[in-house]
Design a protein. Structure first.
Length: 253
């Protein structure tokens, strides 16, 4: 049972992100480099927030203190990474053959960078939980909620997607000098992070419902930011259905 829970929670948390990496990033070595670099920048933000937590001894036991400054450092390093990418564009044009796809369409860079932030964030937030989920024993034996692992996986999934959306919105905001959008990214990041402080009290519904409402809203905003419309969404769905139908017909023949 514990092994099933381990693999189930792993697939919930990282399944969509792994699929996104496989189909949209792994095909291009430059995108892989950008993703790894963005993950490294997230690690730097974690290092600074950890140092601050270590130095401020009186507030070590206050989770809210660590959460607030962790968010601040993450967003600072996201903006620093944006500046680094913009300065490195000339060099990237020399090493990539697919210039039009990855450089002329800047949303691809922001998407890859955001996913790198999200994957590293998700790995650090869930890896210890997954290690405990495989046993021995399981959650719920002493009156605790048996939904802890599933809630942790769903929260991790949301933050991976959040970072992807935040990356796209923040990069576009910096390019267009729409700083109010950057403020929205920071505020939404702070809000969903502080909502997770309800988890120790097992208020999982009060945490997940608003988090996924905000996630859906930011997802729609990101879709519009990259130029998406109802027409393009409909066309995408029709093409997917047509592809499946054609594939079935080929298999029949």
């Amino acid at each position: 049972m514990t092994v099933m829970e381990f693999f189930g929670c792993t697939c919930i948390a990282f399944g969509p992100a792994i699929a996104m990496f496989t189909f949209t990033i792994a095909v291009d070595p430059v995108r892989i480099i950008i993703l790894i670099a963005s993950a490294f920048f997230w690690l730097l933000s974690l290092l600074l927030s950890s140092l601050l937590w270590f130095l401020v001894v009186p507030l070590r036991k206050q989770l809210a203190f660590g959460v607030v400054f962790s968010v601040i450092f993450q967003e600072i390093f996201r903006l620093l990474y944006h500046k680094l990418l913009r300065k490195a564009e000339t060099g990237l044009r020399k090493v990539t053959d697919n210039e039009a796809a990855i450089l002329n369409n800047r949303h691809i860079l922001s998407y890859v960078s955001g996913l790198g932030f999200g994957l590293m964030s998700g790995a650090f937030s869930l890896i210890n939980v997954l290690a405990d989920s495989i046993g021995p024993g399981t959650v719920g034996l002493y009156g605790d909620s048996s939904l802890f692992f599933v809630t942790s996986a769903l929260t991790t999934l949301s933050f991976i997607l959040f970072h992807t959306f935040w990356g796209v919105i923040a990069f576009q905001a910096m390019d267009s000098t729409s700083y109010w959008k950057v403020a929205v990214v920071i505020v939404s990041h702070m809000t969903v992070s502080l909502l997770t402080l309800l988890n120790p009290d097992q208020l999982y519904v009060a945490t997940l419902v608003p988090i996924y409402i905000i996630l859906f809203s930011l997802g729609l905003w990101t879709f519009v930011t990259v130029g998406g419309t109802l027409g393009t969404l409909k066309s995408c769905l029709v093409n997917c259905l047509t592809f499946k139908k054609d594939e079935y017909v080929v298999d029949e023949h």
